[in-house]
Design a protein around this ligand. Structure first.
Ligand code: C5P
Length: 236
């Protein structure tokens, strides 16, 4: 397998074509951004931590019967994934009120939700990835009604599996963001990454934040928090 031309460069990853059709090569970057790119930094070691954590999480989901684009880890900072056409939606699942939801609705951060809540955000940097309703999803032709149902079912399944996984290592899964893509056969497959960049993870006993809020809110060393998650998940 060979890495070929770069197809895309995002805020945290680069995607390359490979010699095998339908298989992409992902390289994680040490760059951290927040607030739609307004806050930026390079944090040495972040690429490795997210690649390792995302690998462990996607492997766990796969073992539990939930398929994703993930094929295999290649190196400290690289992995192979299946090529999909990314749905322009960020699917956020929340178990505890935090972040933008706390701000938008005036509910105190840390308030537990009786049932998980699923939200859709429209992936558009120029618009600042706005929260949208299901009707907006159809208006924007971002997904069909059938796909929205599938996104909700898959997002809730990922939530169940990850709440349990993190509870087992003394971590509360507060919320997280998922992305999905369409395969050639038109099936929706979980894609992108699942890491402390895309989840809020609080220590169950101390409420210490072990996720990207460390960077967003200048709460401490990001790499220390991510390393703690990796170590507790059984990685190095
Ligand atoms: O900012 P907000 O509270 O809406 O974020 C909800 C969850 O989605 C958080 O875990 C955050 O890390 C994640 N997220 C993300 N990428 C974005 C927006 C949010 O990973 N562009």
């Amino acid at each position: 397998m060979e890495k070929q031309q770069q197809l895309y460069e995002g805020k945290a990853k680069r995607i390359y074509q490979t010699s095998e059709p339908g298989v992409l090569w992902v390289t994680y970057k040490d760059d951290a951004t927040a607030f739609n790119g307004e806050k930026k930094d390079t944090l040495e070691g972040k690429a490795r931590l997210n690649n390792e954590i995302s690998t462990l999480i996607f492997t766990h989901l796969n073992e539990k019967g939930l398929q994703s684009h993930f094929i295999r880890r290649l190196s400290d900072t690289e992995q192979l994934v299946r090529q999909v056409e990314i749905v322009p939606l960020e699917v956020v699942v929340r178990n505890v009120v935090a972040g933008s939801m706390a701000k938008r609705l005036g509910i105190e951060e840390g308030t537990p939700l009786v049932e998980p809540i699923v939200e859709f955000y429209y992936k558009d940097d120029a618009l600042g990835d706005p929260l949208i309703t299901e009707d907006h999803v159809y208006l924007l032709e971002a997904a069909t009604a059938e796909e929205v149902e599938s996104l909700k079912i898959q997002a809730k399944k990922v939530n169940e599996l990850l709440v349990e996984l993190f509870a087992g290592i003394g971590v509360r899964l507060v919320d997280f963001k998922l992305e999905f893509g369409r395969t050639n056969e038109g099936k929706l497959l979980l894609a992108d990454e699942i890491s402390p960049d895309t989840c809020r993870l609080w220590d169950i006993k101390t409420n210490q934040k072990l996720d990207k809020d460390l960077f967003r809110r200048n709460l401490g060393n990001l790499q220390d928090g991510y390393q703690e998650i990796l170590t507790r998940l059984g990685g190095q």
